[in-house]
Design a protein. Structure first.
Length: 146
């Protein structure tokens, strides 16, 4: 019985080592690092976000002749009243009018990866998007010119 248990444990160990070796070899073979999308030489490497590879990989918004990108910060507001209390001084700028997930948004209140009807608020150059269906507030920042 001890011999059988020892043999099974040895097999499990060998299989685990082979599995780990295969995973590390795949990551080092030029297929891209974990959590990134492989791109052509000279292109900027963007983190893998779960969006389709032929789509923009971030949430973008065109507002007041500026392009904004999601700042990786969000809050929660269960109503517009709660939003207005938490983000005092922000003024309603309008609703998202259209979505552009494959090309950079260029029209006023056009965005990517949010929903038509989500609400945009501004306070000077500070911009937030209130995702109505998810009760999330997305803080945006000015996108770097490329």
């Amino acid at each position: 019985m001890k011999k059988l248990v020892g043999t099974v444990l040895c097999c499990v160990l060998v299989c685990s080592m082979l599995f780990m070796y295969g995973c590390t070899k795949k990551a080092a073979s030029g297929s891209g690092e974990a959590g990134t999308t492989a791109v052509a030489e000279g292109d900027v490497q963007q983190p893998s976000t779960g969006y389709a590879s032929d789509e923009l990989q971030q949430i973008y918004l065109s507002c007041n002749d500026e392009l904004y990108v999601y700042a990786d910060k969000f809050g929660v507001a269960t109503s517009v009243d709660e939003l207005e209390k938490a983000y005092e001084g922000y003024e309603y700028a309008g609703d998202i009018t259209s979505i552009s997930n494959k090309a950079m948004p260029s029209e006023q209140l056009q965005a990517s990866h949010v929903a038509v009807g989500d609400k945009v608020y501004t306070k000077g150059k500070d911009v937030i998007i209130y995702e109505v269906n998810d009760n999330r507030v997305l803080e945006m920042k000015t996108a770097e010119k490329q």
